[in-house]
Design a protein around this ligand. Structure first.
Ligand code: GLC
Length: 446
């Protein structure tokens, strides 16, 4: 069994730790301007000017079943869907505002259709809910608000009541956790200090951030848990809950609790390109290697990957997103055994350069992911005598250990080429890399 002691958290995270891989879906009115989900504040667009996206939102090609099948094929076991993003537009039929999808040409509850379609494919259901709301009349103007440059922002804030907005959030979270069956993840986003600003602030008095007290986070989370007892909640209300959420960074060590130093359950979230929402002209799309390494790196450090798709305003995932999902589908079809139910390798197993290890939770199988494909021999330090059998995972073709190789590695034409440690496991590998973006060697441990 894995020797790692992970911090206990309130929710039921066993399935989450096992499944490792989820789909993030950022979809809202921001898909129409198609240049980042923060467009409203980046370009300081007024409610009146932003209204055109509400008026023209018409996702006539929305087929959540297609999305769900693509996620399942990619090997994703859960999804997290934006029920409301910072723009404040609600993708569900809420009683508490008219600023919702059922009042657009969509004319239906898009969250309902997401839930039904993904549940039908056996995926766990997550809701992203933005704590930030750039449309709500009670949400105070602050350092990242679209109206931060208004000269009378401070005066306007006197008419805005954060307590009323916090109640609005509780009412909507109650709807989301009551009307859609079992919800497995609630993903709040995000708390910030006044240091996080986009500039152009008219009045220093509104150069503020918002955190747990503004959200009345304790009450909000207690409500969520009362409605969905096993639910997993992230840490972005500023209250630590079930999931630590590094974002758009390569995590280099298993995150630990800031006070106790315990290992924590964590999930990195990433995008295919530089934007969460659909961004037509954004070209920084990750290569197949980058996409797969992000997933393998997370699992090799005991974490999950939540990989994001930003569908178009017509309701379909564009070609680039489908191609990226196919990279996962192709690799996971043959190699998912090195992801599901796996975690960081035991401390005794130190991967050599160019290799990433994961290990099954039961400790019986070690997986060597070949980031750099070796010439002739795969040399795995410390494993000699510890491996019963070795094979490529994708085709279960045997890889033979070759102790005699030591001679070839240390002597050639009489010259000595340095020695090979006695505990080195040396496997003969084909000269030509198999047709797998990142080949995986499955090692059955003694
Ligand atoms: C950041 C972005 C937000 C996005 C989130 C996803 O908070 O501001 O737009 O939804 O990351 O983790």
């Amino acid at each position: 069994m894995s020797s790692y002691k992970v911090r206990k958290t309130p929710g039921d995270n066993k399935w989450f730790i096992h499944d490792r891989f989820g789909m993030f879906i950022h979809w809202g009115l921001y898909a129409l301007p198609a240049r980042h989900e923060w467009i409203k504040t980046r370009e300081k667009i007024s409610d009146e000017d932003y209204q055109r996206y509400f008026d023209y939102f018409d996702p006539d090609m929305f087929d959540p079943g297609e999305w769900a099948k693509a996620a399942k094929a990619a090997g994703m076991k859960y999804a997290v869907f934006t029920t409301k993003h910072h723009e404040g537009f609600c993708m569900f039929d809420t009683k508490y505002t008219d600023y919702k999808c059922t009042n657009t040409k969509a004319g239906r509850d898009l969250v309902r259709e997401y839930v039904d379609a993904f549940r039908a494919q056996g995926l766990k259901i997550g809701f992203y809910y933005s704590l930030i709301d750039w449309h709500h009349p009670d949400f105070p103007i602050d350092s990242i608000h679209p109206m931060r440059s208004c000269p009378d922002a401070y005066e306007l804030n006197k008419t805005r009541d954060m307590r009323r907005y916090a109640e609005y959030m509780r009412n909507q979270v109650r709807e989301l956790l009551t009307n859609y069956g079992k919800i497995d993840i609630l993903w709040f986003d995000f708390s910030y200090t006044s240091k996080k600003t986009l500039g152009d602030i008219a009045d220093e008095r509104i150069n503020t951030g918002k955190g747990k007290d503004d959200w009345e986070a304790e009450e909000l989370i207690a409500l969520a848990r009362s409605l969905q007892p096993g639910i997993l909640i992230d840490n972005r209300t500023e209250l630590e809950q079930d999931i630590w959420t590094p974002e758009q960074v390569e995590v280099k060590k298993w995150p630990t609790h800031s006070k106790t130093g315990e290992l924590v359950p964590w999930e990195a979230c990433h995008t295919f390109s530089g934007s969460w929402g659909y961004y037509r002209d954004e070209m920084t799309w990750k290569s197949p290697e980058m996409l797969l390494k992000l997933l393998i790196d997370c699992v090799s450090l005991g974490g999950n990957l939540l990989m994001n798709v930003g569908p178009t305003a017509r309701g379909y995932m564009d070609k680039r997103a489908v191609e990226a999902l196919n990279v996962y589908a192709e690799w996971m079809k043959y190699n998912s055994r090195s992801v599901y139910g796996c975690t960081m390798a035991e401390p005794e197993f130190k991967a050599p350069d160019g290799v990433r290890y994961t290990q099954s939770e039961d400790g019986k199988r070690l997986y060597a992911h070949l980031y750099n494909y070796p010439f002739k021999y795969l040399q795995l330090p410390g494993l000699a005598g510890k491996v019963k059998y070795a094979q490529f995972l994708h085709d279960a073709s045997e890889l033979i250990a070759d102790r005699n190789a030591v001679k070839n590695l240390t002597h050639s034409g009489g010259e000595k080429h340095g020695s090979v440690d006695e505990d080195m496991l040396i496997l003969r590998v084909p000269y030509i890399k198999p047709d797998v973006v990142i080949p995986v060697v499955e090692l059955f441990l003694d």
